[in-house]
Ligand binder design. Structure first.
Ligand code: ADP
Ligand code: MG
Length: 441
């Protein structure tokens, strides 16, 4: 869909919204918004200020999505982007690069550091980006969390898109939600058409569709149509195809038709290479000893490694000194479990303070967050609270679970979900940033 159409669709939507909200509300919050783009089920709306973006996101999302869904496709979700008061005006043509919106510009082949543990996956990903539908179809990539699955999918996506291919990236979780919506709205035809009209379909975390029978069925047919038409399919998962607890054996066996590659946790050399690369991006200079110490401390996955580097960088900035070995040891003390202190080497923030701030920012109550409510807003607030407690204080998952009266797998899920969301949800990113600032202040 072109940006021009997005603008027109939004104009139409505004016409409908105008009769549903009161006049001053409309003036203050809707009048200066503009439809920027619409792709892969995300409708990007430009707003004149953060204030407007936050209000719309918080209070008008369902009205906006309902209106847009009626005009576009089931499952469409909105993303707000602050474009400033002057630009882009409705009649202006300046629009952001669409690619940058949908594929994380940090997740490219260039920024992917290879080593023995991920070389196969990297080569296969490059190959399908260059030559979709011809070699390995499907390409099935499996790995534990934080090892680069999403990174590779985005890299394939942006690279192929730059070559003019029609690419669709979707998490299996979202695929499921959209499918369920499509059924509810009796728009499964549109739903299927959307997925079956692409050159490359990238499906992240396929394990999420396990056991959801109708969604599996729908995906099975999508898979077949694309495969028969020599369209490329790339799937990621946390287990090999054989271990996926799918209802459909035939879907599981299809996943094995092409090439299956795994990514293992990186070895020390690769971790060091990644740190060197990322420290350049961060603009910090690290000695080899420091790089090695961080790489030895954060062994699990690359997200952890990045977290450790971020802490070291933040700590160095805080104390105003270049990161020496001593300083790194201090900054990472809580990670390696030698200190009960906060994650930044700072005193831990009381959990109830984090929960209160999250509650305030999400406009729910503290009791909602620690309670059992299941509506979308409360669940998100709860997940953010878990994520922040984990990030700020480095508590164990079990500890956090206890606080919320949930088991540790719920906490893992929450942390991964939020970490993943942050990659493409600028609003959430900002909100969490705001909460963090309040915590520090
Ligand atoms: P997954 O989807 O497997 O959980 P991600 O793709 O989200 O993992 O990766 C977690 C983080 O680690 C991301 O910030 C990503 O850019 C980074 N990362 C993963 N693998 C590499 C790599 N080989 N080189 C550089 N960065 C990497
Ligand atoms: Mg991922």
């Amino acid at each position: 869909m072109t940006d021009r159409t997005a603008r027109e669709i939004w104009e139409t939507a505004l016409g409908e919204i105008q009769v549903q909200v009161n006049k001053s509300n409309y003036r203050t919050f809707f009048e200066k918004t503009v439809g920027l783009s619409c792709e892969t089920g995300r409708f990007l709306i430009g707003t004149p200020s953060v204030f407007v973006a936050e209000y719309l996101d918080r209070s008008q999302r369902s009205l906006i999505e309902k209106t847009l869904i009626a005009l576009t496709a089931p499952g469409t979700s909105v993303v707000f982007q602050v474009t400033g008061a002057n630009a882009p005006g409705r009649s202006e043509t300046r629009v952001p690069q669409r690619e940058a919106v949908f594929f994380n510009p940090r997740y490219t082949f260039d920024s992917f550091i290879t080593g023995a543990a991920n070389r196969m996956a990297f080569a296969a990903a490059q190959s399908v980006a260059e030559n979709p539908g011809h070699g390995y179809n499907p390409l099935f990539i499996y790995a534990g969390v934080g090892l680069g699955k999403t990174h590779l999918l985005h890299a394939i996506g942006s690279s192929a898109q730059a070559q003019g291919r029609k690419v669709l990236y979707i998490s299996a979780e979202r695929f499921t939600n959209e499918f369920v919506n499509a059924i509810r709205l009796r728009q499964t035809e549109d739903f299927h058409r959307r997925y079956r009209s692409v050159d490359i379909l990238l499906v992240d975390d396929i394990q999420f569709i396990s056991g959801k029978e109708q969604t599996e069925e729908s995906f099975f047919h999508t898979f077949n149509e694309l495969h028969n038409a020599n369209r490329q399919i790339v799937v990621t998962s946390d287990t090999p195809p054989g271990a996926l607890p799918l209802v459909q054996d035939r879907l599981r066996s299809r996943f094995g038709w092409g090439l299956t590659v795994d990514i293992q946790p990186p070895d020390l050399e690769t971790r060091m290479a990644i740190l060197r690369d990322k420290s350049v991006t961060h603009g910090v200079v690290l000695s080899s000893e420091v790089v090695e110490l961080i790489a030895r401390t954060a062994q699990g996955n690359i997200r952890e490694l990045e977290g450790a580097l971020n802490r070291v960088t933040a700590y160095a900035q805080l104390v105003g000194a270049a990161p020496t070995l001593e300083l790194v040891k201090k900054a990472l003390a809580s990670v390696s479990g030698r200190s009960g202190g906060g994650h930044d080497g700072l005193p831990p923030v009381p959990h109830n303070r984090i929960i209160s701030l999250v509650a305030e920012n999400f406009q729910v109550t503290r009791e909602d967050i620690t309670g059992r409510r299941r509506d979308k807003k409360t669940v998100l607030a709860r997940q953010v609270a878990m994520y922040l407690i984990k990030q700020q204080n480095g508590c164990s998952l079990a500890q956090i679970g206890e606080e919320f009266d949930r088991d540790h797998s719920t906490v893992i899920y929450a942390c991964e979900k939020i970490a993943g969301e942050l990659a493409h949800n600028a609003y959430l990113d900002r909100l969490i940033h705001t909460i963090r600032e309040s915590l520090a202040g």
